[in-house]
Design a protein around this ligand. Structure first.
Ligand SMILES: [Zn+2]
Length: 477
């Protein structure tokens, strides 16, 4: 504080007034104020605009603070902080407390709405006067270090914060994006938890056979391993867990990502920037010149990128990547559609895994249940088609109830359901003669693959999730 006052060549009362009105940005750690040098310097250059409120922000702030309190969270702001700063801080703390993956603030015709995505589902937490959106966006922009005055172009920034929580502090990395919508700016905050980057394969929750298949594939000296699924199904979490499994001083690991989500010690990580021509293909070609043992390619985005990944795999590198597609067999066909010769795909690829995230039942409130007969029939069929003996599964079905612990949803946290297709000589041969998705899947199941649907049925039978949830996620009805 003294240093900040000295830098600004001001008096203590004036400084307090600036702080109160949000002219100077600071944060309270315990009873002490802390400041970023960059913020003070920005203020000195006169770039810190004054926050004027067109209408009372009190009800919004109180509503959010109450929700945070109900959720058992701690208000991270100080009572004399500027109310706009407090509102943003409390909204972020609420998102973290409710284990949200992202926070969305969106403008509509007369109001703006704040929503949190928890376990993949959006929940509305506030609706407020649209005129408050601008000061809130401005505050978020200052925190994210982006241009406060730019309102017509999309902008991306990041906020690094440490939030006090029961049992220590949470180290968080927030990715904030601002998008000019018709009624004002839409704000999206992705909450990345740094501790998740240290995730191990054991904690992902695969069936033992699937975990062994994946481990065998990534421990091969060369070949391509593809993790497939829609956006937000945990693909990058799995890739990071694979990298964590492989990284050690004797192994050279290089990774091309868009963007780099977590820093992993021991891995050379490069962020893709297509605007300046730094594409996946280009980065991977330059990786090859340093001859890494392991390469992570964030996404097989186009035919050129797929080709360079296949070439790298065939020339003695272990390559891991992701692809947007809905099943393991479908991923192989998608690679053919992306103009890669089937014999190259068959030779270069070791394993294709497809996955989805399903919500887990809350352990506190779920109760045993007997699913309706037609649902059980459907589940039995899916299990048998997917390589599992339904009658051998336990009948430990449970259903959601809802309690304080799970925010009355009946579900808490998520787990993966997956299918892992190993590229055996039979699969490679079927690919070469142009076999369809169903045939590829049937061969794989015949060789021991458990489909995602069957994996989901098993987890429901074990009481981890419900058949409803599995069917919802896989769009099965
Ligand atoms: Zn519960």
């Amino acid at each position: 504080m003294e240093e900040a006052i000295a830098m600004l060549k001001t008096t203590r009362p004036t400084f307090y007034r600036w702080l109160r009105t949000g002219k100077v940005k600071g944060m309270k750690v315990g009873r002490q104020w802390r400041f970023y040098k960059a913020d003070i310097e920005r203020f000195l250059r006169g770039q810190e605009p004054k926050i004027e409120l067109p209408t009372d922000i009190g009800p919004l702030l109180e509503g959010l603070t109450q929700r945070l309190k109900d959720a058992g969270g701690e208000d991270p702001s100080a009572p004399d902080d500027h109310p706009v700063l407090r509102t943003v801080a409390v909204l972020i703390a609420l998102g973290v407390r409710m284990r949200a993956s992202d926070i969305h603030v969106e403008p509509y015709e007369k109001t703006a709405v704040a929503r949190l995505r928890v376990d993949g589902v959006l929940h509305k937490v506030a609706e407020f006067d649209l005129r408050l959106l601008k000061p809130i966006a401005d505050q978020a922009k200052r925190m994210a270090n982006v241009d406060v005055h730019e309102r017509r172009l999309p902008q991306d920034g990041r906020i690094g914060i440490a939030l006090r929580q029961a049992g220590g502090t949470a180290d968080l990395d927030l990715r904030v994006s601002f998008l000019p919508a018709i009624m004002g700016e839409a704000i999206t905050v992705r909450i990345l938890r740094r501790d998740e980057a240290a995730l191990s394969l054991d904690r992902i929750g695969y069936a033992a056979t699937d975990r062994d298949r994946l481990q065998r594939a990534i421990e091969s000296p060369w070949g391509l391993v593809v993790i497939a699924g829609p956006t937000g199904c945990g693909k990058s979490t799995v890739l990071y867990a694979c990298l964590n499994h492989l990284v050690r001083p004797a192994v050279k690991c290089m990774s091309a990502e868009d963007p780099v989500e977590y820093m992993i010690p021991g891995v050379v990580q490069v962020g893709i920037n297509e605007q300046i021509g730094l594409t996946f293909e280009r980065v991977v070609r330059s990786f090859l010149r340093s001859d890494p043992d392991v390469m992570l390619i964030g996404e097989l985005r186009n035919p050129a990128c797929l080709m360079v990944a296949l070439q790298a795999a065939l020339t003695g590198h272990l390559v891991m990547s992701t692809l947007h597609s809905d099943s393991a067999a479908g991923t192989l066909k998608r690679m053919v559609d992306m103009e890669a010769p089937p014999f190259v795909i068959g030779d270069a690829t070791r394993l294709v895994s497809a996955q989805r995230l399903v919500r887990c039942l809350c352990r506190k409130c779920s109760v045993p249940t007997e699913p309706p007969a037609d649902q059980l029939d459907r589940a039995g069929q899916l299990a048998r088609d997917g390589g599992l003996d339904f009658s051998a599964l336990g009948q430990g079905f449970r259903k959601p109830i809802g309690c304080g612990e799970c925010g009355q949803t009946g579900y808490r946290s998520r787990t993966l359901i997956a299918e892992m297709l190993e590229i055996t000589p039979e699969i490679a041969q079927a690919l070469r003669r142009g076999a369809g998705v169903d045939e590829l899947r049937a061969i794989a199941v015949g060789q021991g693959m458990t489909t995602m649907a069957a994996d989901g049925v098993r987890r429901a039978a074990e009481g981890q999730t419900t058949l409803d949830e599995v069917f919802r996620v896989l769009s099965l009805r």
